[in-house]
Design a protein around this ligand. Structure first.
Ligand code: NAD
Length: 543
């Protein structure tokens, strides 16, 4: 019991560790990676705090050594799904009525555990299971997730403090109630931080959750869940339900208590879930909140005044880090001919020299792509470029799936800016470049805006201020995260709230108050201290 108006700790972004030669963090991470690589973890469902096994086991493998099994997960079934919904309803009674600061403390403690004793485990699991390099794992599994947990508490505090004005004799209040029902969190493979954020953002606001992680991120998801248990998350607040999305999601989306979807993944899956929700509308107790951050076809557009070296660096980092499997990764580039002439040779040589391989070897810049289906998709795109007149593979283009699903960083040029590789999301280390005549700048901006259905991230490079202003206006709706003279990846929680519109999602900006607002139903309370006791208004009297 506490009578106090509390101030929550002021969040700061978690510093990124360098993992330089001889550093203690490098030694610790290598040891954790070795430990995780040696064990074969068995991942159960967790319902109401209880470990539940179903016996239907699916393997989780290392993408860069795909015969290496890291563990097996128990696929949830209809019975587990039903129990998860009941557990969420049971836990809701206490969690939704708890002081919000007590809920916040669980996630602040989780952030602290991740910054200290759990950091190496979650980073190593992300390296082994998702084929991230040490740096990519550190900025995701450690720093971004810590930031989500700390900053969301700060944003929730701001939301709760937003109260209406009151007139004399009256006290008006806003009560941000949790939703009536459960939240379904369906999370993607590519970010351990997003996987950790989607269930916990809703839980922070007083909701109880069913979390179905991606089949390809299961090891890091499992360690995240265990961390949350250690942080003191009460049983049933987040129920851990491994399995395949197309089998499990309908069991939850069809339930009358389905109150919210917190989704990150592909556009097609989000659309199918939205359609299913629409078809179910008559059976729900409330209108479910649908929050989805989906695909991207992210661009870099370079004006003739751009710094050529800055453009080249943005292409290498923006397109190829984590094998281009960031929703924000640059995958279509429009460069003025005069700029291209200055970077072409060196850029191609740089890309061809990038080291690709096992992420346990810290000298590799890239690991493998996530699974066989992704590998096949990338190989097909490269073959398509090879066969299309006007397209040329200028760097990379090789694939080798024998040990791991390795795709060399690939740069393709195209004469036609409307080809499929400039429109569709590939989600791999393939970037397509269109070189345009310097005089066609304004026309190019119209092409950038209209070519792809997505609108997630985009970057403009220019030194001419007028060009920046023109691009910002012409591309206002082409990207939810717009970068000026910077690569289109690497959004930081609290600094660049993340999300896009059009086919890229509902733009609810993960890591901001806007996102948390989707998981509450506001109640307005008006209290009149001395209510009137005479129903007659003065105007009714003639004299
Ligand atoms: P995915 O759509 O394949 O899977 C996402 C989740 O949905 C997983 O948990 C999966 O099991 C589940 N799922 C898959 N098929 C389903 C179905 N038919 N019905 C219900 N659920 C289903 O996405 P992914 O491959 O894990 O992630 C890559 C995608 O995510 C890319 O399109 C990428 O752009 C997008 N992404 C977007 C953002 C963003 O913030 N906009 C961030 C990260 C990833």
């Amino acid at each position: 019991m506490l009578d106090a108006a509390l101030n929550v700790p002021t969040p700061v972004n978690e510093p990124v560790l360098g993992y330089g030669p001889g550093s203690p963090e490098k030694a610790r991470l290598k040891a954790a990676l070795e430990r995780i690589s040696k064990e074969t973890v068995e991942i159960p469902c967790v319902i109401g705090g209880e470990r539940v096994t179903t016996g239907r086991l699916e393997p989780v493998v290392m993408p860069h050594r795909h015969r290496h099994v890291l563990g097996h997960f128990h696929c949830a079934d209809a019975d587990v799904a039903e129990r998860a919904v009941r557990a969420a309803a049971d836990a809701r009674r206490e969690w939704a009525t708890m002081r919000w600061e007590d809920r916040a403390a669980v996630f602040l403690r989780a952030a602290e555990l991740l910054a200290t004793t759990w950091r190496d485990t979650l980073n190593a699991a992300t390296m082994a299971g998702q084929s991230k390099t040490a740096h990519q794992a550190e900025i995701d599994a450690a720093c971004e997730l810590i930031d989500f947990w700390r900053f969301n508490v700060h944003f929730a505090d701001q939301l709760y403090r937003q109260q209406p004005i009151s007139s004399p004799g009256v006290w008006n209040q806003t009560d941000l109630r949790p939703l009536e029902g459960f939240t379904l969190a369906l999370t993607p493979f590519n970010f351990t931080a997003i996987a950790g954020n989607l269930p916990t953002a809703s839980a922070l606001m007083g909701n109880t959750v069913i979390w179905k992680p991606s089949e390809s991120q299961m090891v890091a998801a499992w360690h995240t869940y265990r961390l949350l248990e250690e942080a003191g998350l009460p049983p049933g607040v987040i129920n851990f339900v491994p399995g395949f999305g197309h089998e499990l999601a309908p069991m939850f989306v069809d339930h009358p208590d389905f109150a919210a979807l917190h989704f990150t993944g592909s556009t097609e899956v989000f659309r199918s879930l939205w359609k299913r929700t629409a078809a179910n509308l008559d059976r729900y107790k409330s209108f479910p909140r649908l929050v989805g951050e989906t695909g991207g076809k992210d661009f870099i557009v370079a004006h003739p005044s751009a710094d050529p070296q800055a453009v080249a660096t943005a292409i290498v980092r923006g397109a190829f880090e984590f094998q281009g499997q960031k929703c924000s990764a640059a995958s279509r580039v429009y460069v003025a001919r005069s700029v291209w002439a200055q970077i072409e040779d060196e850029l191609i040589a740089t890309i061809d020299a990038l080291k690709v391989g096992d992420v346990a070897d810290f000298s590799n810049f890239m690991g493998a792509v996530i699974k066989q289906a992704a590998f096949d998709r990338h190989a097909a795109a490269i073959a398509e470029a090879r066969e299309t007149p006007g397209m040329a593979i200028r760097a990379g283009g090789q694939t080798d799936g024998r040990e791991g699903w390795f795709v060399r960083p690939t740069l393709i040029t195209t004469d036609d800016p409307g080809v499929r590789l400039m429109r569709d999301e590939l989600f791999g280390p393939i970037v397509t470049v269109h070189v345009y005549p310097d005089a066609a700048w304004s026309e190019m901006l119209r092409v950038v805006d209209a070519t792809s259905p997505y609108a997630l991230t985009g970057a403009v490079f220019a030194r001419d201020r007028g060009a920046i202003v023109e691009a910002s206006g012409a591309l206002r709706h082409a990207a939810g995260n717009f970068y000026v003279n910077d690569k289109p990846t690497g959004a930081v929680v609290g600094q660049q709230p993340f999300g896009g519109a059009r086919a890229s999602g509902t733009d609810d900006k993960a890591g901001s108050a806007l996102n948390l607002l989707r998981f509450v139903a506001a109640r307005t309370i008006k209290e009149t201290f001395v209510p009137p006791t005479d129903w007659r208004y003065p105007f009714l009297r003639e004299a």
